[in-house]
Every structure is written in structure tokens, then in C-alpha cells.
Design a protein around this ligand. Structure first.
Ligand SMILES: [Zn+2]
Length: 291
């Protein structure tokens, strides 16, 4: 397994890349890599760097990319997107605030979805992923919306060539498009490509290992997008970690579902195994919920 992007990359030493390291499953790392990751997660607090946060009620748009999606897997993820807003888990993000002391609100609306059966093939560059988003907007399939995060959810046969499975499981970034600051994210389906590196367990809480793994990656990228949408708000200046990175693969207390799968959240009536998130108050730490 290739070493995750870490401190030797000068560009990512002090600023987040959105492809934050620490997003690979700790179990897939060598012992030195795991030790370095855990030490960094423990020792660097997040500070506010002056940039914008997403402080309006948030929206999520899904772009189902690839021809291998099934409705059961999509339902696991749309149920999460529909109900994560208002949850004690997403409430952790309300501890984050901007220069006007305006806090993130515990509100996420699942505002729509579109499909792309594979217009740009199965090996996507970062530029391709941006094009998938802007195509969905320019074609009118999704609205132009600066209060949203557009998620490119790839199927199990699609990969991202800048490092899916070897450097990250997902990432988020932004682009100026149509006169607005458009936030978008890539979330890969690890089921057949890297179940160990990106956490696709069998059994999984909903019997959909790829989608159940993507639930945690989706949550990670969503919480980073709202607290650090442009890469200049909340992160650690020591290592570029954003809130999701601080608790990657840290699930806290888990329970066991009737099928034997581990889970730690019940959202919209379904069980999920979702990483914890970094709370700012009263002290900075990983948490499953706030307060
Ligand atoms: Zn991250």
C-alpha cells in the first residue's frame, strides 16, 4: 500500500489538500505509518484561518456515476444524506464558526440527484470529476447552488487516478463556476477495489458493503466541506488535517447488528458505521455526537 500523502509533500504540510491523508484504513497501513498517523491525530489542534464556512442550511446533491449502481446501495446513501441533518452526530459541526462568529447550522437537505452512466470512462482524473459536476449543472440536471456539496459517487467499477485506494478514499474541493463558489466531493466505492484500505466490511450494517463504506467517507467529506469549504478555514496548520481527518477510522463505541455487522450510528432508521468527527468545544476531541 502506497504511503498516504504526508509531511514530505510541502504543499500539503500546512494547508489542507482536501485529499487529506489519514483517510486510508489504519488496518491497511504498515506499523510505522499507523503510528505516525495516530500521533498526528492526537497532537495537532485545529485553528481558524479566516476563510468562509458553509453557514447557511446545507444541501447535498448526488451524482451517481457509472453503470453498476443498484437501488439498495443508493438507498443506504440517500437515507443518510436525507437524515444526517439534525442528527446529534452532524451537530458536532455547529461548534465551528466564521470570522463573524456565525456557526454552522445542523441542517442538511438532500436536494436531488442525477446519474451519469459513465460519460468519461472508468478511470477518472481530478479534472474529469470536476467536469462531471459542471456538466450536471450546465445541462440543467442539477441547479447551480453555492450552499450545496455536490457528491460524485462512483460505482464499484470506477476509479480515480490521482490515488483512490492508495492515497485516499474520498476528497473534497471547490471551484468557481457560474459566478459561484461550488463545493464538490469525490467518494469512491471500495467494494471490489480496496475493501481493506477504504473499509468495506462484510457483513456490513445494510448488507451493501460498498455503500456502507461510502457512508463513512461521505460523512467525512461533508463535514470537512462545511467547516473548510475552500481550504482556508478550519484545519491544523501543523499537518493540514481537517476535522474529518482528525478522526478518520476512529469509530468510538460500536454495537453489533443482528447480522453481525458493527455499527455506531442509527440515522433515518438505518444502522451505519461512521467515523467520529472532531468537536471544538469544550475541548478539541473526537466525538460521536454533540453535546
Ligand atoms: Zn479528509
Amino acid at each position: 500500500m502506497q504511503r498516504p500523502r504526508v509531511a514530505e509533500d510541502k504543499d500539503s504540510l500546512y494547508k489542507p489538500t482536501g485529499k487529506g491523508w489519514g483517510e486510508l484504513d489504519l488496518d491497511s497501513m504498515s506499523r510505522p505509518e499507523r503510528a505516525a498517523t495516530l500521533k498526528a491525530q492526537r497532537t495537532s489542534n485545529l485553528t481558524y484561518q479566516g476563510g468562509p464556512l458553509m453557514v447557511n442550511p446545507n444541501k447535498v446533491y448526488m451524482i451517481w456515476y457509472g453503470s453498476a449502481w443498484d437501488s439498495a446501495s443508493q438507498n443506504v446513501l440517500t437515507n443518510l444524506a436525507s437524515h444526517i441533518g439534525g442528527s446529534p452526530y452532524f451537530n458536532i459541526n455547529t461548534t465551528y464558526y466564521n470570522a463573524s462568529n456565525t456557526h454552522v447550522v445542523n441542517s442538511v437537505t438532500y436536494a436531488g440527484a442525477t446519474s451519469d452512466s459513465g460519460s468519461l470512462g472508468t478511470k477518472l482524473s481530478d479534472a474529469n470529476i470536476q467536469t462531471i459536476v459542471t456538466n450536471a449543472i450546465s445541462s440543467g440536471k442539477l441547479p447551480l447552488d453555492a450552499d450545496a456539496v455536490y457528491f460524485v459517487m462512483t460505482d464499484k467499477n470506477t476509479t480515480a487516478t490521482s490515488g483512490f485506494c492508495t492515497q485516499y478514499c474520498g476528497w473534497h474541493t471547490n471551484v468557481s463556476y457560474g459566478g459561484k463558489d461550488i463545493k464538490y466531493a469525490f467518494v469512491g466505492n471500495p467494494e471490489t477495489q480496496c475493501a481493506s484500505a477504504c473499509g468495506a466490511n462484510t457483513p456490513s450494517p445494510n448488507g451493501t458493503p460498498g455503500a456502507d463504506a461510502m457512508a463513512s467517507i461521505f460523512s467525512h467529506e461533508l463535514e470537512e466541506a462545511v467547516t473548510d469549504p475552500d481550504g482556508n478555514a478550519w484545519y491544523s496548520t501543523r499537518d493540514g488535517m481537517e476535522n474529518g481527518d482528525k478522526c478518520a477510522w476512529n469509530f468510538g463505541t460500536t454495537a453489533t447488528a443482528s447480522n453481525g455487522a458493527k455499527y455506531n450510528q442509527t440515522i433515518g432508521g438505518l444502522h451505519y458505521l461512521i467515523q467520529q468527527n472532531w468537536v471544538l468545544a469544550p475541548t478539541q476531541a473526537c466525538a460521536q455526537h454533540y453535546p
